[in-house]
Design a protein around this ligand. Sequence first.
Ligand code: HEC
Ligand SMILES: [Cu+2]
Length: 413
Amino acid sequence: MEIIEKEGEMADGVKYVYWTYGGTVPGSFIRTRVGDEVEFHLKNHPDNKLPHNIDLHSVTGPGGGAKSSFVAPGHEVVFSFKVINQGLYVYHCATAPVAMHIANGMYGLILVEPEGGLPPVDKEYYVMQGDFYTQGKNGDQGLQPFDMQKAVDEHPTYVVFNGKVGSMVGDKAITANVGETIRLYVGNGGPNLISSFHVIGEIFDKVYIEGGDMINTNVQTTLIPAGGSAIVEFKVEVPGTFILVDHALTRTFNKGSLGMLTVKGEENKVVYSGTQTEGVYHPEGGTIQTLPGEAATPEPKANTLEERIQMGKTVFSKTCLACHQDNGSGVKGAFPPLAKSDYLNADPVRAISIILHGKTGEVIVNGDKYNGIMPAQSLSNEEVANVLTYVYSSWGNKKQEIKPEQVQKVRGK
Ligand code: HEC
Ligand SMILES: [Cu+2]
């Protein structure tokens, strides 16, 4: 294994100097079986600036190998060990300051399979969470140096899977087909945070707790300690996009720990129906009630452009404001702006579709990238027309009226 110190991208426009095992964060996945005798070669690239070493949690011996593997730039060390205990183990650099070496990306996983190997599955993936500390704020552009004080305070700027924001989303998402069983080797490099690992829309059929051989079943969220791991397995029954998160959710939505699993295949309406009916819900004692048999109050309709804008404003305040903000400014890095949005103005049909069907995946709005989740909004054709007309008529957008008939067309597709 070769240690490489190199500049990479933490997030769009945010550069960071990573220290890596094998050029990637996490480092190369090492696969062994109980009883294997491993001869380990650790090389420190001559262009590197620092000495490093490796502590493999699967090694029984002083420092997990750290003592025998200390290596200066331009050198190679060799040591041997026998893997005695099965499990999924973290390895990491243990050169002082250890937390800094880890915070710069020096960790990975080594699997020790039981005799005969783990039971077969259809797909296996490697995911490792880590927390990163930069001198600038989240999203500050350019090369960002490591911030020791933030690390000491345990206030990461980024919390990510596989070394960077967006490493597993969009076309980099992990994939599977309906009916397949997936095994995730999940590790947490830390250095500091504990991960509450969860996949939105899935239940883990099996979890090898903490990477050992005790198996728990039917788990929603599994705890992965800093410097620890878990093996999770689940069968995917329905198609869709499943979101991998640290369920400490501000990390996920504000610091980057979000990944995606895209599952293709046939729908299974028994396992998951999709929305079956959607009706008005008025709890007892609510102000407006329609009794069975009584004609429902017809939805008010806008007759003029003015009325449409007025009514659209009400929908906006109730439905969109929480994310896109009062003046349509959005929240940088999380919710794209609707004010003067080039993306919005370019294509009204697409805008209608986003409101009806929701949106995930990367979008670029006014030059800034966003990669969040907008849930589908359950609004009537009239409401969608009104709210979009309001948005188009506000904040410097290209004025235009959207009619309920246009919304119906997109809905019907
Ligand atoms: C829960 C938060 C949330 C709510 C509520 C929400 N959105 Fe969004 N919206 C988002 C996110 C996040 C994106 C970006 C999605 C992506 O990255 O793929 C987005 C994207 C958009 C876009 C395309 C990008 C742009 O800025 O032009 C439009 C248009 C939009 N939303 C309009 C609306 C309207 C209108 C409403 C109310 C009916 C609404 N949204 C409600 C979160 C939200
Ligand atoms: Cu190191």
